[in-house]
Design a protein around this ligand. Structure first.
Ligand code: DOR
Length: 442
């Protein structure tokens, strides 16, 4: 009897764990159930991937979707539409919403709201001032991807800046803790530099490399003492990369495409406060250091840090302008463009956007193309050229710092558990996102 599949993906180059292969993918009940020549079988639907490359579904492990509380900037529907438009099949969302995600009610509220999301999802719980004892329990809840600590003030009020308090967070629970590493005392001490300049070009001066390095060194000391793994987010300096390369037994590392693509001072002169984010975009020397971290395997994952603010908010005079920029829709196109320009291989992009997220967050059944895994795929045309525009952005904020940039390589379909969430730029009629599952949680 020939086998029957719900969907067969045919004709593409499939990025299997063994490397690129001219093979077919058979999908049933939302899972990949066969890889190989499926010619004799029947399928409810055939996706013709001729000329395309079939990637595992792209996982963006750092987004801020602002709901609840700041829906004028973004919400779960718009943010997740931006995700699938850009080829992203799952996102991990940050806790600096209003209210902040610091207890079980806030987490369950987000999971309830997330029924309206177009992509799969999980939510971070924030370490607050008085929830440390509960974190061990909170991190085990279904739909939670882990605990997030802000060591330096950014958007929202979440902050755990003193060593004793950070140690008490690290003592509660076992999963990897995600860290925003900027040193709060140094930020306070240097704020006057931002105020004196009144332009975003001062952002990397105020929040300088020492601010980042000091916090990164502090968190590694604390993580070692607690014997707790940490994931240091959005690394921006050459010195941090060098240091993190010596502590891979306790820390994993994230970089962002923004820091790999834009450089100071040009970005601030061109984009003003639209280029303002925390930690800041720095000069070419630091960018070269980040690329060395990619080449040398020190960087484990890339996230977008999708952090929308309205144009009106961004156009306030610096430093009243808020930090952050949209990115979930452009993370994959930017990285495909870096592949086209020869800065890294497609295999390494998958290591950073699929295998890395799976490995460091212990994701169940996602992050690779393999029998038994969720049928999550991002189909890309590696050759096509496309100019990124503000108009095509699905984010509620309606802008991207990459407006007008021509890239080579473009996502043409986003398949989540066997269903097309995006095809040829058209999004599915209905949201169908589900919570991501983890080996650590029930
Ligand atoms: O620039 C940033 N914006 N960095 C962060 O850490 C937070 C984010 C936001 O939520 O706006």
């Amino acid at each position: 009897m020939p086998e029957t599949f719900d969907v067969v993906i045919r004709g593409g180059v499939v990025m299997t764990p063994s490397g690129p292969a001219d093979t077919e993918v058979g999908i049933r009940d939302g899972k990949t159930v066969a890889l190989g020549d499926l010619g004799a079988s029947s399928a409810g639907e055939v996706i013709d991937a001729t000329g395309l490359t079939v990637l595992p579904g792209i996982i963006d492990t750092q987004v801020h979707f602002r709901e609840p509380g700041n829906e004028h900037k973004e919400d779960l529907a718009h943010g997740s539409r931006a995700a699938v438009a850009g080829g992203v099949t799952a996102v991990f969302e940050m806790p600096n919403t209003k209210p902040a995600t610091v207890n079980v009610d806030a987490l369950n509220d987000k999971l309830e709201r997330a029924r309206g999301m177009w992509c799969d999802h999980a939510f971070f719980v924030g370490a607050g001032r008085d929830n440390h004892a509960e974190l061990a329990e909170l991190e085990q809840l279904p739909g939670c991807c882990g605990i997030k600590v802000f060591m330096g003030s950014s958007t929202g009020g979440l902050l755990v800046d003193e060593d004793d308090a950070i140690a008490s967070v690290l003592a509660s629970g076992r999963r990897r803790v995600a860290i925003h590493a900027e040193d709060e005392p140094r930020l306070i001490e240097r704020k006057h530099l931002a105020e004196a300049e009144g332009h975003a070009r001062a952002h990397p001066v105020w929040r300088d490399e020492g601010t980042a390095l000091k916090a990164t060194q502090r968190i590694i000391t604390l993580a070692r003492a607690a014997n707790r793994p940490v994931h240091v987010l959005h690394i921006t300096t050459a010195e941090e990369i060098e240091f993190l390369g010596t502590v891979k037994d306790v820390a994993t590392v994230e970089c962002l495409p923004q820091h790999l693509t834009l450089t100071s001072p040009d970005c601030y002169e061109r984009l003003g406060s639209y280029a303002q984010m925390n930690p800041p975009i720095r000069d070419a020397r630091h960018q070269a250091g980040l690329w060395a971290g990619i080449t040398q395997g020190i960087v484990d994952v890339l996230g977008s840090d999708h952090a929308p603010h309205t144009r009106e908010e961004k156009e306030q005079t610096y430093p009243a302008s808020p930090s952050g920029m949209p990115g979930v829709q452009t993370i994959l196109p930017l990285m495909l463009n870096h592949v086209a320009e020869g800065r890294l291989t497609l295999q390494r992009v998958l290591d950073l956007l699929c295998y890395g997220p799976q490995r460091i967050y212990n994701i169940r059944g996602k992050g690779r193309i393999a029998v038994g895994y969720d049928a999550d795929f991002t189909l890309v045309d590696m050759k096509t050229k496309h100019t990124i525009t503000n108009d095509e952005q699905e984010t509620k904020s309606g802008w991207t710092p990459f407006d007008g940039m021509e890239v080579t390589g473009w996502p043409v379909a986003t398949i989540i558990r066997g269903r097309a969430a995006m095809r040829d730029g058209e999004l599915a009629a209905q949201p169908a996102g589900e919570p991501v599952r983890f080996w650590d949680t029930a």
